[in-house]
Design a binder for this molecule. Sequence first.
Ligand code: ADP
Ligand code: GN1
Ligand code: MG
Length: 371
Amino acid sequence: MSRSLDAENPRDLAGHFAFPGVVVDVERYGSGHINDTYRVRTDGEPSFHILQRINSAVFPRPIEVMENFVSVTNHLARVIEQSGGDPRRETLQLVPTCEGKPFHVDAAGEVWRATQYIRGARTYDLCENPEHFYQSGVAFGTFQQRLADYPAHDLHETIPAFHDTNARLAAFRQVVEEDPLGRAEGVREEIDFFLSRPEVATRFGELEEAGEVPLRVTHNDTKLNNVMIDDATGRAVCVIDLDTVMPGLAMNDFGDSIRFGASTAEEDEPDLSKVSCSMELFARFTEGFLTGTAGSLTPREVAELPHGAKVMTYECGMRFLGDYLAGDTYFKIARPRHNLDRARTQMTLVADMERKWDEMGEIVDTLSRKN
Ligand code: ADP
Ligand code: GN1
Ligand code: MG
C-alpha cells in the first residue's frame, strides 16, 4: 500500500514512547494486513513492546480510532479486574508517549501507538490445535460479554458500514464496471461467483432493519490471529486488534472467526485442493463462542450463526477480489495476485459451506441445546 514518506524511522519513533530502558532494536512483526506493526526491544523490564502505525488510508480518522481504543481498553481493564483477572495480560493497554499522551503523531501526520507486549503467547495464521480455536471462541464470546454494557453510542464508527455486506456488493459492482487495470477479463468466473449470490449480501441488513437481531458492541475482525494464545497453557489470553470495535452483529464476529480459523489452509493458500471448512473446527469454535457469550445471544442470533460464517466469507472474498481489481490498494500484498489467491480461498470455503449447510445447522442446534 502506498504511504506518505516517513519523516522518522520506526527506531527513532520508538524514542517518543515511555518504554522502560533504551531501545535496542525494532523489527517488523506479525502478519496483519492493515497496520504497520513492529516489535521494540529495550534494555529495561519488560524488554519487549509493540509499536504500530495506524493505516490512515484504511482509517481516515486515526485519532477517533485511538479515542475508541482508550475507552474500550479502560472499560475492559475495569471489568477484568472486577472478575479477578489480570488486566495487564488480558487486555491491550497503551504505553504512553514521553509526554504522557496515548499516541504520537509523526512529522508526516501519521498516528503511532504503543502497547504492552503480551509475553509467552502467540497468534496463529492457521489453526494447529482445535483446542486453540475453541479457546479463541471463548475469548471472542467473552469479549462481547465484557462490552455488553458499554455505551455503544460513545464509539466512533472507525470504518463506516464496515460489515454492510450489501454496500460491499455495490462497491464491488462498481469496481468491476470501472475495471481500472483491465483485470476483470481474467477473473470472470470469480466475479460471477459473488454477483450470483446477492441474497447472501442482503440477509443481515434485512434482519437488522426488521429488528430481528440486535446491534451489539462487537469486535468485527475476529480472525484467529487477533487473539493471543498462551504458549504454556494453550488458553486464549487476550483479544487484540481493537481498531474495528464498533456496534455490529454477533453473527459476524462468529462468522469471521470461522472463515479464517475453520479453514484447513491459510487464507492465501494457492492450492485450493487444500482448502475446506472443517466441521470439527466449526463445532469446536461454536462450542467456545456459545460458552463465552454465556446465554446472551437470542435464539434468532444462534440460528443465524451458520449464515454468519457464509456472509463473512462471501464478504471477505468479495473485498479481496475487489481489491485485486482496484490494483491492491487496501490489503497489504506480498506477491502479485495475492489478493486473487485470497479471494479464491474464500470462494472455495463458501462453496464448501453450501455443501455442508445442513451439517452446520445441526452442529449449532445441538450445541446450543447443551449450552
Ligand atoms: P493488523 O491490524 O495489521 O492485523 P494487529 O494489531 O493484529 O495488526 O497486529 C499484527 C500482529 O502483531 C498480531 O497478529 C500479533 O501477532 C502481533 N501483535 C499485535 N499486538 C501484540 C501485542 N500486544 N503483543 C504481542 N503481539 C502482538
Ligand atoms: C484485515 O487487520 P487484519 O489483518 O486483522 C481486515 C479484515 C479482514 C482481514 C482479512 C480493518 O484484518 O476486515 O477480514 O484483513 N481489517 C480491516 O484477513 O479491514
Ligand atoms: Mg490483526
